[in-house]
Design a binder for this molecule. Sequence first.
Ligand code: NAD
Length: 442
Amino acid sequence: MADTIYDVAILGGGPAGYTAAIRGAEYGLKVALIDASPKLGGTCLHVGCIPTKTLLFNAEIWDHLKHADEYGITGIGTPSLDWAAVLKRKNAIVTRHVKGLEFLMKKHKIAVIAGFGRLTGSARDGVHTVDVDKSGQKSQVKAKNVILATGSQAKMLPGLKADDRILTNIEILDLPEPPKSLAIIGAGAVGVEFGSIFRSFGAEVTILEFLPRLVPVEDEEISKELARLFRKRGIEINTGARVEKVERTEKGVKISFNDANGKPQVKEAEKVLVAVGRAPQTADIGIKKTRIEMNGASVKVNETLETAEPGIYAVGDIVAGLPQLAHSGSMSGMVVMAKIAGRAFRPVRRSRIPGCTYTEPQIGSVGMTEAQANEQGYDVKVGTFPFAGNSKATIVDGHDGFVKIVSDAKYGEILGVHIIGPQATELIAEAVAVMELEGTVE
Ligand code: NAD
């Protein structure tokens, strides 16, 4: 292995890493993809986007079936949920796409190397060396460039460990049955998505969020609308909640927290999901042996995603200043490969990366919120249109929510688009395309 000098060695086979690998191969580069797991796909494919969205699709169908009569569908009796079948379908979808990735790696002649990769320092004569450890069996990979794509893992609250009741995004995907009650700590994408899904499956859901609103990165009006619709669905929301203690009880968990007024409260539930953010996995990959600069656990990069160590790049969840989103990681991987291959590319622009939150209703957003546009001194003009006035929304039974466009009055420049409602995660792509082409509100 050590005799081969690759053009690029990639550490991590999630969406950021495998997309980079394929793009590199398409450019004719010799690529090695190193992953500690024998199955490629990373968090997104195994314990993130894909299994979660599979459950969401089940929840959606289930929600529609609850009022099948309204759609004129009769004769199906009382539908019941076969949870084992739900999980089986989810797992089958993951397996199918893992195989798809294996096929793509072979097709593109990418060398997939199983093992945990670590940097060893700066390049020597323009060649980097990566140590690879496969259960104690050591080898080295040599490459002219290295891309770090090692991803992230769920943060835990201090003193807690995930188990069958205290859950992260991993454990919650394989529950033997939907919980009767679920408390969720954190109302970012993970928290609100699982809250929405398990509410559809009948759980009593309580959300405890430290900040004053749900999905705090979104436009304030989006947060407000989501809270209104979640409450309508029977989800209990506690914003401004400071969690003090999480304990296991005989049958479930007990969460002690101070509410927004500082009053101590207790919430008991069968399970608790801890969804308080994700930590980049950068601790043990040899960064200290290099000149790479860090921002906490995140890697600092320049416009072309190169670190302070020449020839070493970072993409995906570990990058400081970029959102931890699969599509952001994939795009970054493609940009890096274009740069390495000497092809034309445009740097990733934070303001053009859409966010998609797969709740019911969905949220899709891109660019500045109204508050951010005001802070930056634009002459802000806002246009909002409710889905209630859109026949297609009524047809798909989704008349709640709205589309909000934040623009600058001077030229009609679109600064941000925020959608909550039916198919928002698809509709937002249209906004991104218009913004990329510098279309105006006109
Ligand atoms: P997050 O950082 O987006 O949200 C965590 C939330 O937890 C924040 O609102 C924070 O205020 C709150 N919080 C933190 N500590 C708390 C505490 N002690 N008590 C109560 N609340 C607390 O993190 P996440 O939701 O875990 O998601 C992790 C990353 O993965 C994010 O970047 C997210 O965007 C991404 N992700 C994206 C999608 C998607 O695009 N659909 C889905 C899942 C995850």
